[in-house]
Write a protein that binds this ligand. Structure first.
Ligand code: SF4
Length: 301
């Protein structure tokens, strides 16, 4: 496995609890890296030797501004290219947003801002507009992430095209529970491949505040607080991994049949079946289908 990007979930906590969230971030969700842990992970990332980009995301990374700033500066000083994904909750005006962003200028090469109806409507548009203008004032490269509505994502399945600038909704995490009933359902046996992740040769992985290395949210291939990231990369064997192996062999349908997991007749998409199956399998695969934050709200974490 040759990684070029490492996406660090600084925290599972977020200002929002969006219906489409891949994970179950919310104001009540727990789990945040410390500076010492982040320092350790960055050193491990350097030791891997192939990682070019470090992304900070969450949750909402700006909630822990001092940690984020430390991490950005440290990663940039180590020679990494640095990106941040944020919901721009902090951009209450262009002037205020400039102050939030000023210390990141010169170190951040990509600021990705979430803007879609899941994050709120007019107010969110205004915040992202303020943050975008402020980033441009400071010469911080900026772009916007827009996730399509269930209806638009559904239509795209038929005509193969989404509205310009939008990405398809995937029914993972909270989206599987909150939005799947709005999609045109499809028989479970049709989901014979993973359509979104390169599980055999992932170019980037996510590392969360508990050290789990995720090839897709909630599928751990190791823990950097127990095993060096370099070793995790060098010893990754996708075909023998208990979850990745079946997914590679025949998608979420094969995962469900391999472990004889009860299933419904219809699902919104491959991720919906995959998440439902993995949730049912969690007691059988402790340490792999982790952490609880990827599988439910804070009360069940
Ligand atoms: S099918 Fe499963 S492994 Fe593939 S992207 Fe969806 S949730 Fe992730």
């Amino acid at each position: 496995m040759t990684l070029s990007g490492l996406h660090l979930l600084l925290t599972y906590t977020c200002t929002y609890a969006c219906d489409h969230c891949f994970v179950w971030s919310s104001p009540d969700q727990s789990g945040t890296l410390t500076i010492d842990q982040l320092d350790d992970i960055l050193r491990q990332a350097k030791d891997v030797g192939t990682i070019e980009w470090i992304y900070y995301e969450g949750g909402e990374p700006f909630l822990y501004h001092a940690l984020l700033l430390w991490g950005v500066r440290r990663a940039a000083a180590m020679g990494f290219r640095v990106g941040i994904v944020s919901n721009a909750y902090w951009a209450t005006s262009r002037r205020d947003a400039r102050e939030w962003l000023r210390d990141f200028a010169g170190s951040v090469e990509d600021l990705s801002l979430s803007c879609d109806p899941y994050h709120g409507d007019v107010e969110q548009e205004e915040r992202v507009a303020a943050a975008t203008a402020a980033a441009r004032d400071l010469n911080i490269p900026v772009d916007v992430i827009r996730i399509a509505s269930p209806a638009a994502s559904d239509a795209a399945k038929r005509v193969g095209q989404l509205p310009a600038g939008e990405s398809a909704l995937m029914y993972r995490g909270r989206a599987a529970e909150r939005l799947a009933n709005q999609a045109t359902p499809i028989p479970w046996s049709r989901f014979t491949t993973c359509p979104h992740e390169d599980l055999r040769e992932p170019g980037r992985v996510h590392v969360d505040p508990f050290g789990h290395v995720h090839v897709c949210q909630g599928i751990s291939i190791g823990n950097v607080f127990a095993t060096p990231l370099r070793t995790i990369c060098e010893t990754y064997e996708p075909d023998t991994h208990p979850i990745v192996g079946p997914l590679l062999a025949g998608g979420p349908a094969a995962l469900a049949t391999r472990y004889d997991v009860p299933r419904a007749a219809l699902y919104a998409d491959a991720c919906h079946l995959c998440c439902a199956t993995r949730s049912a399998l969690r007691p059988r695969f402790p340490g792999t289908l982790e952490p609880a934050q990827m599988y439910g709200p804070a009360s069940s974490a």
